[in-house]
Design a protein around this ligand. Structure first.
Ligand SMILES: C[S@@+](CC[C@H](N)C(=O)[O-])C[C@H]1O[C@@H](n2cnc3c(N)ncnc32)[C@H](O)[C@@H]1O
Length: 204
């Protein structure tokens, strides 16, 4: 099994517990979704990578956006469908990301691409650029730090693999993959004294 397979298996096992515990939204995420919705305008179509329990999609839709919910973990997709939503199992590294409706206005990937291997992130970010219209938006968040590693914490009882990023390296990956106006905010995590990078960018 690969790091990705093991991490997806860990989420799959405890998807319901994660969805329950993750329902409270951090202030920085709420703020970013508000800004995102304002910039995009009502009716804009968003591709979400790693919808998890569906918390962020719910708020985006309340603010007038149209969200395509996706997750690499089948357990999350099953939960989203049980809530009555369309949702797709989708790996942003390998699966077709395009929509029959044409390019998306934006991509939202909160705390999901931190599970992508460092060598694969440039490919994923370029694949996202390929399905977003020029002037469209990207917003991702990852954990700040050096290297990579396995961690067991929170409501997921098995280890998950994380790739940690420094802001400069992350900004370079995104700028080299078809995005401009890259901005990164540093946010303190709630529980583990960890630190997050919240990146926004515009499709070149
Ligand atoms: C920490 S959860 C975040 C879920 C949700 N976005 C949130 O903010 O609550 C990580 C998410 O990334 C997904 N994920 C795991 N490995 C991934 C990968 N290699 N590529 C994309 N998403 C992945 C998981 O299935 C899960 O939905």
């Amino acid at each position: 099994m690969s790091h990705t397979d093991d991490t997806v298996a860990a989420y799959h096992l405890d998807a319901a517990a994660y969805a329950g515990n993750g329902a409270t939204m951090p202030d920085s995420v709420r703020r970013d979704i508000g800004a995102f919705a304002q910039q995009l305008g009502a009716g804009a179509r968003v591709l979400e990578i790693g919808s998890g329990g569906g918390r962020d999609a719910r708020l985006m839709e309340e603010l007038g956006l149209r969200v395509r919910r996706t997750d690499i973990t089948p357990g999350f997709v099953a939960l989203l469908r049980a809530q009555g939503h369309d949702a797709d199992v989708l790996d942003p590294l390998t699966d077709d990301l395009a929509s029959p409706e044409g390019p998306y206005a934006a991509v939202w990937a909160n705390a999901s691409l931190l599970h992508v291997a460092r060598r694969d992130l440039p490919t994923v970010i370029a694949r996202l650029a390929a399905v977003v219209r020029p002037g469209g938006l990207l917003r991702i968040s990852v954990k700040e730090g050096d290297g990579e590693g396995w961690s067991t914490h929170g409501s997921i009882s098995s280890p998950r693999h994380f790739t940690y990023w420094r802001a400069d390296a992350l900004a370079t990956v995104v700028a080299d993959a078809g995005w401009r106006d890259v901005e990164i905010a540093h946010e303190a995590g709630r529980k583990n004294a960890d630190s997050w990078l919240e990146l926004s960018a515009v499709r070149a």
